[in-house]
Design a protein around this ligand. Structure first.
Ligand SMILES: NC(=O)c1ccc[n+]([C@@H]2O[C@H](COP(=O)([O-])OP(=O)(O)OC[C@H]3O[C@@H](n4cnc5c(N)ncnc54)[C@H](OP(=O)(O)O)[C@@H]3O)[C@@H](O)[C@H]2O)c1
Length: 370
């Protein structure tokens, strides 16, 4: 149940039909095409179906461009097909407010579609159920929650930020079989192979900000930028937006005038306050809804101990670095019952390395996020 929808609105929703999951899966595939380019906007896809035939599809390619529903509706019109009475499958509740583009619900009402199937409601305070209510008031059937889990995963950052004011935080670590992230000297290039390092480029590309620590900057002078080719979209060739880079440095060891690569990037920022304020600031002032932590064990441990990590992305290489190498986690846990537990959500082989994705178990790692 979505909190901002009243029981009265829920009572007016229509049950899902047998083919809904199939068409919504296609709409989610459409939405995924914008994954690297839409931020800070969410990825949204749309498929329009009439008499069990797909007559239009589209996705939101980039902030400032039309929404998925507009691309899909235009696709129908380009073919000279009558859209009246059609079913519209859209992965996020259609907008009801005027942003950089006019409200999509008004367009759907004007086009006299018969039914709108939505994967998940939009917690953006400017929408928050108003799109659904407007459609219902116009006599359009609305079904909600079809393939909602996948739709939520696609826009984890946007949905969390809109609902809580905090971003979705991923922690990336390249580790050895014995859980080490660097040698005692600080040397850490490279523990994992090329495929794992290329995969990290995608993690960076979906992130509005990358957070690291001053020690990592001093030890490695990393670029932390996205080095992927431009992408072809229906609107033309588009560069993937670069994330903001935030370096934590409470002891003032760094200055943005320093000759490190991250400060040559105009979006490099030094932060000296606490971690929760940083995360709130990234959402409120920088519209960074997905954040990636790429740091050493000190900062990684601080994020983990404060319960600020939503997702742990571990690239594990088939090597042992030994007891003097630096461990991935510096926390002191005395009793087994106090261990930090995660749920494994994905395993993938990348060359000789393994990518493991975990989400936190909310009962344990959630002390400071309320
Ligand atoms: N294998 C991998 O995936 C990987 C990734 C990144 C880095 N590394 C390696 O890790 C090593 C560096 O690790 P490290 O542990 O020394 O440093 P680090 O974690 O990268 O950075 C430490 C910095 O974070 C700040 N910090 C720590 N806790 C904080 C908190 N609660 N609030 C705000 N700021 C906080 C510290 O602040 P203060 O200024 O107050 O001390 C310090 O400046 C390097 O050798 C690097 O190569 C490995």
């Amino acid at each position: 149940m979505t909190q901002f929808l009243s029981d009265e609105v829920y009572g007016q929703l229509s049950p899902s039909l047998p083919n809904d999951e199939f068409y919504m899966t296609l709409a989610l595939d459409e939405a995924s095409k914008g994954r690297l380019t839409t931020r800070p906007n969410p990825c949204v896809g749309c498929v329009i179906v009439k008499d069990d035939v797909i007559i239009g599809k589209g996705f939101h390619p980039k902030a400032g461009y039309p929404h998925a529903e507009v691309f899909a509706t235009n696709h129908v019109k380009e073919q000279g097909i009558d859209i009246t009475g059609a079913s519209v499958y859209v992965t996020l509740e259609p907008c009801s407010h005027t942003g950089r583009t006019p409200p999509c619900v008004d367009m759907l009402i004007k086009e006299r579609v018969g039914r709108v199937v939505i994967a998940c409601a939009d917690p953006n305070p400017q929408v928050a159920g108003q799109g659904i209510i407007k459609l219902l008031n116009a006599g359009i059937m609305v079904t909600l929650g079809v393939r909602e889990k996948r739709a939520r995963a696609l826009n984890a950052g946007f949905l969390k930020a809109m609902a809580t004011g905090l971003p979705y935080v991923r922690l990336k670590m390249g580790i050895s079989l014995d859980g080490r992230i660097a040698m005692s000297s600080g040397e850490s290039k490279w523990i994992t192979g090329q495929m794992a390092r290329t995969d990290v480029q995608y993690l960076r590309a979906i992130s509005g900000a990358i957070i690291t620590g001053s020690s990592t900057i001093i030890a490695d002078n990393p670029k932390l930028n996205v080095r992927l080719a431009d992408v072809d979209l229906p609107i033309g060739k588009t560069a993937i937006p670069q994330p903001n880079i935030v370096v934590l440095d409470r002891s003032h060891r760094l200055d943005t005038d320093d000759d490190y690569v991250v400060f040559q990037n105009s979006d490099g920022l030094i932060w000296r306050d606490d971690l929760v304020s940083l995360l709130k600031t990234l959402v409120a002032e920088y519209q960074c809804y997905d954040v990636l932590v790429e740091a050493g064990a000190t900062l990684t441990t601080a994020f983990l101990e404060q319960g600020l990590i939503d997702e742990l992305v571990v690239y594990q290489a088939p090597c042992l670095l030994g007891a003097t190498a630096r461990p991935m986690f510096l926390g002191q846990i005395d009793r087994l019952s106090d261990k930090l537990d995660f749920t494994l959500t994905n395993v993938e082989r990348l060359g000789d390395d393994i990518k493991l994705v975990f989400v936190k178990r909310h009962d344990k790692l959630s002390t400071t996020q309320s």
